[in-house]
Design a protein around this ligand. Structure first.
Ligand code: ZN
Length: 189
């Protein structure tokens, strides 16, 4: 079972992600790793209105865990991240400016101070099937070995951290950097 403080952080960070405009009402998902299990948001749940029952426990080593059917459809990507990196938490969101720039660039390099310091550069991966595919899972988890956050072209971001808060921080910082980059372009003569 998950500790009460971790359940609370799912609820609080999910609410923050929604209110920050980083996802639409029923999109996005989050997970944490605890020993040989991962705990992920329920398929179809609202990130801004999570309850304890919306957090589904999955055995990381069991491909036939019956809870898989209740879990977010992006479980395949979350699982690959935990198996291929030392991440303890993952946040997946659809940050609008970040997703917009992912359709135009192969890499995003922040020019603002916070983004330059925190993120340095954000790779963009381009799997054929951008949602819940093995190809996306391999591409995303490969990038997250060396980066804190990655964008899937035209879909959204996956961020890793030791906690949900850290993964959320990278997601919100990415969106700010993408906002600055986009509007800076429009200011140029
Ligand atoms: Zn998504």
């Amino acid at each position: 079972m998950l500790e009460e403080t971790v359940i609370r952080s799912f609820i609080d960070i999910g609410r923050d992600i929604f209110l920050r405009g980083l996802i639409s009402s029923h999109a996005g998902n989050m997970s944490v790793r605890a020993d040989k299990h991962l705990y992920i948001t329920r398929r179809g749940s609202m990130m801004g209105r999570l309850h304890g029952a919306d957090i589904i426990g999955i055995d990381l080593e069991r491909a036939d865990d019956p809870n898989i059917l209740s879990a977010s459809s992006e479980l395949v990507v979350h699982r690959a991240i935990y198996l291929n990196t030392d991440a303890l938490a993952v946040v997946h969101a659809h940050p609008p400016y970040g997703t917009l720039l992912s359709m135009a660039y192969g890499e995003i390099v922040p020019v603002d101070s916070e983004g330059s310091h925190l993120l340095k550069s954000i790779p963009v991966v381009t799997p054929e099937r951008t949602i819940a595919s093995d190809e996306a899972a391999q591409a995303v988890s490969g990038c997250l070995k060396n980066h804190g956050i990655v964008l899937v072209r035209g879909h959204g971001s996956f961020a890793r951290g030791d906690t949900l808060e850290e993964a959320y921080m990278l997601t919100s910082s990415l969106e700010s950097s993408a906002f600055y980059l986009y509007h800076l372009e429009t200011l140029k003569p």
